[in-house]
Design a protein around this ligand. Structure first.
Ligand code: ATP
Ligand code: MG
Ligand code: MG
Length: 554
């Protein structure tokens, strides 16, 4: 899918192409830190970066920003690769790791020291923080700020050699302790961490900080447009400062451009909280179908197309805003409405007996696989005397506007006959066990008599003898608060207790052969997917991806 909507970043690229700033090159990157799974917010960034590269004939690099070994893991690298690929994007030869640049970064750090642009500070972390000042108060120079270049160089080399404990020293850029932008008050660019790195092993015990690593990585990869979310706007002067100092060393100076991050209602978006949900067993893992991780959305039944449509629809801007969860759900409805074959499932069965129907008769009824796409053909449903219908399609005392089955009311059994309810049978608890009807043999769908009488109700059914029981997981929104992530709120208290319900429902026999990730519309219920993990040959498990209509509208 090529995006059609224009936005301010495209305008910048078009202008660059007009002036020849990058000789027509457009190279972007998506730089996740492998410290968790990707979520729907990342999808916005992925679709933007890969979409722009594709549209303008460049490549989007997939770069792991792997400079915090304590929190990172290969599991996350693998999951991220799988999700980006699943979304439909391709990085060609450009799979990179910031750790690939550790040698270069170290060389540049030494260079900054020799240029008098960086120094080793030996204050404890808390003191460095305290001396950095506040928004209203300028920072104070560290007593080590003017330490001789040779001394800083020696200490930095010994930091690398492993002579010091974590936290004993840091390397700081020497910029301006009085800058109104706190990011420029001599930011730390290297710290000591005696930890094993998933890729570089024990080669390093000092690791570069994000603000130093990111711009250098972009420059080394010759990225042209480095797109990030708005919270990095204040970091842009530092991004530019580092690359200005290294102008003779790196091949180019990419342009950082900020855009508004995705904020989605009824979800939490920070990795820390998502990790918490998993670690505390509040969900069934990262790919729990209620999670807004891409792995979770996939398992829920979301298609890559629906997520790309969502990214397109919400657009790109520089102003923070909230996107309603319904927009995401509607994108899936739209996509699956076009693509999913229709099938019948009875989720909460009650027996319906057609008393005047011949006892052993089996009659074929034809149901279209897709009402708007006749070329997709029809399937056969067997009608018999005893059927299952959904309990919600009957009301003993119908409320106003209820046009489905009720005593003495007549409805159409979809693709079959008109039936009229004659009486019901209840058990000792007063629960209806059987609904009795009579049918009019002259009214079969598709025959001349079908429309002899108009009825408002049209309900689905399955032959009790043929219907097959399957496990169905009815998922709903994970949170029942539209802003569970808001400050001073406990998002765990906002969990929706009804977000997962596991039932046995009945389905058309052919559905037993569903393949993992096959998606269907269960008529009048919603869109369902055969679970990609738990579905076995002949034994599918279905997840409700989304109901047919928004049930959350206020
Ligand atoms: P953390 O929760 O640890 O801060 P992060 O969301 O920053 O993690 P990264 O792996 O650093 O995760 O993100 C990779 C890229 O995805 C970054 O460029 C980031 O700006 C972008 N991104 C993350 N969250 C969103 C979001 N909600 N909307 C748009 N882009 C996002
Ligand atoms: Mg990050
Ligand atoms: Mg972040």
């Amino acid at each position: 899918t090529i995006s059609t909507a224009t936005h301010f970043i495209k305008n910048i690229i078009e202008e660059d192409n007009r002036t020849g700033k990058w000789s027509g090159r457009v190279e972007t990157r998506f730089p996740p830190e492998p410290n968790g799974y990707l979520h729907i917010g990342h999808a916005k960034s992925i679709c933007l970066n890969f979409g722009l590269a594709h549209e303008y004939g460049g490549t989007c690099h997939l770069r792991f920003d792997d400079t915090n070994p304590e929190k990172e893991a290969q599991e996350y690298v693998d999951a991220i690769i799988e999700s980006v690929r699943w979304l439909g994007f391709d990085w060609g030869q450009h799979l990179h790791y910031a750790s690939d640049y550790f040698d270069k970064l170290y060389e540049y750090a030494e260079y900054l020291i020799t240029q008098g642009k960086a120094y080793v500070d030996s204050l404890p972390a808390e003191e460095i923080r305290a001396l950095r000042g506040t928004l209203t108060e300028a920072g104070t120079n560290s007593p080590y700020r003017d330490r001789p270049v040779a001394e800083s160089l020696d200490l930095f080399r010994r930091m690398r050699a492993g002579e010091f404990a974590d936290g004993a020293h840091v390397l700081r850029a020497k910029i301006d302790m009085a800058s109104p932008n706190i990011n420029l008050r001599d930011p730390v660019i290297y710290r000591i961490r005696h930890v094993h790195h998933q890729r570089t092993g024990d080669k390093w015990c000092i690791y570069p900080m994000y603000d130093f690593t990111h711009c250098v990585s972009d420059a080394l990869e010759q990225i042209t447009h480095s797109l990030c979310t708005l919270e990095f706007e204040d970091h842009r002067p530092l991004y530019d400062w580092v690359l200005d100092q290294l102008a003779d060393k790196v091949p180019c100076h990419p342009q950082q451009i900020e855009f508004a991050r995705l904020n989605l209602t009824y979800s939490v978006m920070s990795k820390r909280k998502l990790i918490d949900l998993v670690a505390n067993g509040l969900v069934d893992g990262w790919d729990d179908p209620r999670m807004n991780s891409l792995a979770g959305l996939r398992r829920r039944g979301y298609t890559p197309e629906s997520i790309r449509l969502f990214a397109e629809r919400i657009g790109i801007s520089k102003a923070d805003s909230w996107i309603d969860m319904t927009i995401l759900e509607d994108c899936l409805r739209e996509d699956l409405n076009q693509r999913a074959l229709r099938r019948i499932a009875v989720l909460d069965p009650v027996l319906l007996v057609i008393d005047n129907y011949p006892d052993d008769q089996e009659e074929i009824c034809h149901a279209p696989n897709h009402p708007q796409q006749p070329e997709l053909g029809k399937r056969e449903l067997k009608l018999t005397k005893s059927l299952y219908i959904d309990r919600a399609d009957f009301m003993e005392t119908p409320s106003k506007g209820f046009f489905r089955l009720a005593p003495d009311a007549e409805v159409r059994l979809r693709y079959a006959y008109l039936v009229k309810c004659t009486h019901v049978v209840k058990n000792s608890q007063g629960e209806i066990t059987t609904i009795h009807c009579s049918y009019d043999p002259a009214t079969k769908s598709g025959t001349a008599g079908a429309d002899s009488r108009k009825v408002k109700g049209n309900i689905h059914w399955l032959s009790a003898r043929h219907a097959q029981p399957v496990e169905i997981r009815l998922y709903d929104r994970l949170f029942n608060d539209s802003h569970p992530d808001a400050e001073n709120k406990d998002y765990k208290a906002a969990l929706n207790p009804d977000s997962k319900q596991v039932i046995t429902g009945y389905v058309e026999p052919a559905l037993l052969d569903s393949l993992p990730e096959q998606r269907f519309q269960f008529e009048r219920h919603g869109y369902f997917v055969a679970d990609r993990i738990d579905t076995r040959a002949g034994k599918p498990v279905f997840n409700r991806a989304v109901s047919l209509r928004n049930t959350w509208a206020k």
